[in-house]
Design a protein around this ligand. Sequence first.
Ligand code: C2E
Ligand code: CA
Ligand code: CA
Length: 466
Amino acid sequence: MTKTPPVQTLSSSLSDLAARVAELEAEREMTLRLAQTDSLTGLVNRGAFTGSLCERLEAARETGASVALFIIDLDRFKNLNDTLGHHAGDMLLAELGQRLRDETGPGEMAARLGGDEFALITADDDIVARAERLVALLSQPHDIYGRTVSPGGSVGVAVFPRDAQDAADLQRHADQALYRAKSAGGRRWSSFDEDLREEGVRRRTLEDELRRAIPAGEIVPWFQPIVESMTGAMVGVEVLARWNHPERGLVSPAHFVPMAEELGLIRAIDEAIFEAACARTAPWVAEGLIEVVSCNVSPRDLLDPAFSRKLIGRLAKTALPATALTVEITETFLLQDMALARRHIERLAAKGVNVALDDFGTGYSNLRALMHLPIQTVKLDRSLIDDVGRDARVSKLVASMLHAARSLGVRIIAEGVEHEGQALFLRSAGCDRMQGYFFARPMPGDAMEAMLREANAPKPRVAIAG
Ligand code: C2E
Ligand code: CA
Ligand code: CA
């Protein structure tokens, strides 16, 4: 026979149960909150932000309200992170998170989207005043380890439903506005408008075309000679990508390389160019017309730990000897991952492939990197060469760079030599090789081959009748 528990016990076990349920509920909420929170700043994280933005737009669609999305990005965060260290960078982000939280009113939401990118969702009342306040907030100095840093930041804003109909477009458009603010020098804000809309459409068309251009073989190698300073002889070529667009004509890599990097297409482009360039230049090397073929690789390619192994594999399938190949890498990559850079460079050097440091003089110009890595060639950036012979201080700087490089046993190639004056100065300062419009502009393979043959042809002798 079952006994009915006394009412007293029943109600106490019920209240126990209720307490337990509340506890579980609180735990669940806590877990949920943690999953939605960025641990560094305590702000909402990207995942939760995206969900919440969609919900807010749905609600606004029903009530006919506007929603403004501000995307906020520090201007020189990477720089700061590199110089002061990651811990200082984290402190700065945490402080900025706090400032943004203080700035966030009821019904608004601040989030950290990742890295140094933040977002603020507000009802659209006065976006101008708000954007200006955000820029001012980003410009306030921070005290990090007793040092005052003021990285400054930029803001892009787009408004629903004026600028976009859904969350993805709203974010993309705010990003576009942010990008414009940054390109204009930073520490400012920009709002999405018709110009950006048109630019976006143009860009998307170009992106679609770029995806098709690679398999269609529209991206081809062009060549620019590298000249020996002392003799004027063409000793090598740099391979430069060109996009032979069926309607737009020749598109500069300055346009499509950054786009290809963003779209993840740069590896396919570099591989296609590499293959075509090796096939084209191998006979020139075999005939002794040139010694060096110099190829550009994107820092994105280099982040692949298998990059050097794959390159060596691909090179082996061509007729180009490894010792004739130079791979041009930029300093940005060296600084991103020194250990990986070393592995790639050593692996390539072991096969006889030379590595050149491109665009030297634009960034940190880390001579230390040179001393610790087997890099034998440095390409002095055009921006330095521009002022050589014109600005006494730049001339002095370049001369001392050449001197330092020589003492390290590093070969220097000056890029962007456009005038005789520059060439004469560089030669007298001990620059080994040069490249630039003064000697020749980049040109298609046929023209390059013709020029090399012409330069190597035996000079006709004047027959002296006797
Ligand atoms: P870069 O490697 O610094 O290449 C040198 C750039 O300077 C080339 O621009 C060349 O045409 C230009 N140049 C050469 N001499 C002179 C001169 O005397 N005066 C002036 N004003 N310019 C000169 P280009 O061909 O437009 O290439 C731009 C950049 O695109 C390259 O800069 C390189 O970073 C990238 N790039 C080119 N081809 C490839 C490629 O196949 N793969 C990758 N990943 N990047 C490439
Ligand atoms: Ca280059
Ligand atoms: Ca360069």
